[in-house]
Design a protein. Structure first.
Length: 120
């Protein structure tokens, strides 16, 4: 079982949780359940539930009714999953800006981890 960590900005805000909390309750439940499945399955979770986006960044795919939600994440130190960004997907391709946000957050997390500001 992998440990799920929600990326936290230096301000203390957790963007993925903020996004989830802004959804209706059943959509929130669907996303949280899928995140729990990711934590249980870790690297074993495959398509269609998850896929590689770019580099170390992966996507967790959640459907609720006609809505498609994505949570971008990456694995670190084998047993940790860092949730970086979440959004509603409205087109076939992921908006490159969403990927860039995830990459910036990953770099920030790694830098703060290396400097000792974050402990696993």
């Amino acid at each position: 079982m992998a440990k799920i960590i929600y990326y936290e900005k230096p301000s203390g805000r957790r963007p993925v949780l903020d996004f989830i909390n802004g959804l209706e309750l059943k959509a929130q439940a669907a996303m949280l359940e899928h995140i729990e499945i990711l934590g249980s399955a870790g690297h074993e979770l495959k398509r269609p539930d998850t896929d590689t986006v770019r580099g170390k960044i992966r996507e967790l795919r959640t459907k609720y009714l006609r809505n498609q939600y994505r949570t971008l994440y990456y694995f670190t130190h084998k047993e940790y999953i860092i949730l970086l960004n979440a959004f509603q997907k409205k087109t076939n391709a992921i908006d490159p800006n969403e990927i860039e946000i995830a990459e910036k957050r990953m770099k920030d997390f790694e830098a703060r981890l290396k400097s000792g500001q974050i402990a696993l």
